[in-house]
Design a binder for this molecule. Sequence first.
Ligand code: PLP
Length: 369
Amino acid sequence: MQFIDLKKQYSILKEQIDENIHSVLEHGQYIMGPEIVKLEKKLADYTGRKYCATCSSGTDALLIPLLAWDIGQGDAVFTTPFTFIATAEVISLVGATPVFVDIDEKTYNISPELLEEKIIQIENHSNLKPKAIIPVDLFGLPSDYAQILKIAEKHNLKVLEDAAQAFGGSTNGLKACKFGEISATSFFPAKPLGCYGDGGAIFTDNSELYEKITSIRVHGQGQDKYTNVRIGVNGRIDSIQAAVLLAKLLIFDDEIKMRNSIASKYNEKLKDKLVVPSIPDGYISAWAQYSVLAENSRHRSEIQARLKEKNIPTAIYYPIPLHLQEAFGDLGQKKGDFPISERISERIFSLPFHPYLSDEDIELICGEI
Ligand SMILES: *Cc1c(COP(=O)(O)O)cnc(C)c1O
């Protein structure tokens, strides 16, 4: 059994994907070909955003907005320690300081209450200038934007939604990538909407920011290629990746439904054995991962070992919260600083999950557990 089976999806879409890729090989515009404009229009429509700029990865989709806002040395950017390294890495890359805030016990997303406490603490007791919040829509579940956007407005902070795992998710009819001044997503192959390499996209409704973002994406270009008006990056997605995504979008909504149906089946079978994901009313997850809690780390190891014996792969997202990573050693944080993230990281693990997971496989996995 595979943790995420991408070949099954390819076998379903083979004709369309092959045709789209061949069309790129025929026209030869490998960079910024016609697929890019087409894809950006479709992604903007899908999310309800005015503007979409595709880019080279989810990480660049987080980095470019920070550059567009001129965030740097002396600035504080709030995010959670219970996420993939890229979320906080980009804050340090631009010279700003990541300020971690612990997560909500049930959704694993940033806790709005703890967020406001931390903002007030930084405002009153540090030399850092609070500038932005990066909420993470973990495992595909959008964060509590009703609360977060209110707090951001009150404290004059920008919001960059890290929807790398959440493309296709929604809350009260609003799609992930619609929250905050700018949103970022990833098309890494294992994400809900994945290409066949690296890719990402940035979303905004602000035309001035959009212009800046597209300039930074290509070395800070001005009127033309050899006029450079700011420092940027080489952050474009390839035409071939856009061609793959255009094919995958054709069945994407069906896949989101399939993901939700599989999650319900897992929930039903596992709810008396483990802590299963809790999706608040009005929310739809894109189910980038299906993650459960064991009683403790020993219980988790036992279940993982048992499943491994039966060739059932599992994974841990995330075994080490970011405040305990060596890379952030300079921040001087220690064990005990973010107890919820630490406790969850000792208990959480993820089960095989993709839209084409069969009932037999679900039965087998849950039976072993
Ligand atoms: C995958 C991921 C990223 C980075 O995306 P890449 O395309 O791999 O660069 C950023 N944030 C989160 C939460 C992710 O899961």
